[in-house]
Design a protein around this ligand. Structure first.
Ligand code: ARG
Length: 397
């Protein structure tokens, strides 16, 4: 029996040629695995293309719910934004793809998994480290990293080996998309001084002329309703993304530090993800106990780095998620966001049955529940240390 490999198949030029290359050069039978994470792809056409390229089996897996429930929600619980800005779009789909790649490898008796990522990016790290974590015995292959062909040479290779590919000559950008957002690279964007042309955007085209207000309901940290209507995650994220995106909200333009040591200019559009992080963070302001909130905020950037670096399946990420999950029990309530034409957004209201905001304590009106006399002794003790220190030096003026 020939050795087999499960390939993460996107339907594009590189992974189509990889199907033929893994067979012709390395002698593998290829199981093409296409994972639907909400990218805009015709999966029936993709199935045919994989077979035409020479795959012995094609699996198409709908993992949209899994992406949101199992990966995006724990990430939202951590309000995770890489380098403070990037909601980890591509980094979130990789663990889902790896999970199905490994499962397909097992089902079809494959000894290896393969992906179409290059040697310059983070995705190779995520695919391979993720695979090692789930299946330490499987080999990992990265044809695009080793074959050293330019785009033109790749097209030539396809022609020579009768691999059917659909190549659009005008492909200018490298795009990765899923339900959590869209990442755009290459072309003119490689000059970080040049403003992104409007044609790179598709989820955040500002058409709204009036402010739009939406209400998002959360149950233990997970969004469950949109403007009062209960919705499943896929629908909620889709609906919120459409509304937020119609105001132009959700764009990120940044120079980012990749795991492999390269700084790269990245454009993202993530209207739903960024609106959810904004709303969720705000609701935590109302519902998390003070020390929990502050400690959690310290851990959040670390969580984002772990996910970005492909460490989703690591024991540290899992331990941190256990902490995050335990903080989410009280993160229940509603948040109102107002999107302004042109891309602005702000939280304009929040409420929770478990909220820690107590009007009678917070109000500056006189008839309140706060014991003012307690404050005097508290403040005296709080300042005692610094007062003693200052007195020893004869004052610090
Ligand atoms: N820089 C982002 C990340 O590492 C986006 C990667 C996008 N991938 C792509 N094939 N265009 O998460």
């Amino acid at each position: 029996m020939k050795k087999r490999v499960a390939l993460a198949y996107s339907g594009g030029l590189d992974t189509s040629v990889a199907v033929g290359w893994l067979g012709a050069e390395l002698g593998y039978e290829v199981i093409a695995v296409a994972v639907d994470v909400g990218q805009d792809v015709d999966f029936e056409a993709l199935r045919k293309r994989a077979i035409a390229a020479g795959a012995v089996e094609v699996e198409v897996v709908d993992a949209r719910e899994e992406l949101l429930a199992d990966i995006a929600m724990p990430t939202l619980a951590a309000n995770a934004l890489y380098e403070g800005r990037y909601p980890l779009v591509s980094a979130l789909s990789r663990p889902v793809i790896v999970h199905h790649l490994v499962a397909a490898a097992r089902r079809h008796g494959a000894s290896a998994v393969a992906h179409g990522a290059t040697g310059k990016g983070n995705d190779q790290v995520r695919f391979e480290v993720g695979t090692r974590a789930l299946a330490p015995d499987l080999e990992t292959l990265a044809p695009v990293r080793v074959w050293g062909m330019s785009r033109e040479e790749t097209i030539d290779y396809a022609e020579r080996h009768d691999i059917a590919v659909t190549v659009s000559k005008d492909r200018i950008y490298s795009i990765d998309a899923n339900l959590w957002g869209r990442a755009i690279e290459c072309g003119v964007l490689e000059d970080p001084w040049i403003a992104p042309p409007e044609d790179v955007f598709s989820l955040t085209v500002p058409v709204a002329t009036e402010p739009i207000e939406v209400t998002i309901g959360f149950e233990q940290g997970v969004p469950v309703s949109f403007d009062g209507a209960e919705l499943g995650l896929v629908d909620l994220v889709g609906e919120l993304g459409r509304v937020a995106g119609s105001s132009g909200f959700g764009r990120v333009d940044m120079v980012e530090g990749r795991r492999v040591g390269i700084k790269s200019r990245e454009i993202y559009e993530c209207p739903a993800a960024l609106a959810l992080v904004m709303a969720h963070t705000d609701l935590e302001g109302l519902t998390l106990e003070h020390d929990v909130a502050h400690e959690k905020a310290r851990l959040e950037p670390r969580f984002a780095e772990l996910v970005y670096d492909g460490m989703w399946f690591s024991p540290l990420r899992q331990a941190m998620s256990a902490f995050m999950a335990s903080t989410q029990r009280c993160v229940t309530g509603e948040v109102r966001i107002r999107f302004s034409p042109g891309g602005g957004a702000e939280v304009v209201g929040r409420r929770s049955p478990l909220g820690l905001y107590v009007y009678d304590l917070a109000t500056y009106d006189t008839a309140d529940a706060f014991r003012h006399e307690d404050a005097e002794g508290f403040v005296r003790l709080f300042g005692l240390g610094i007062q003693t220190w200052s007195a020893r030096q004869g004052g610090a003026e």
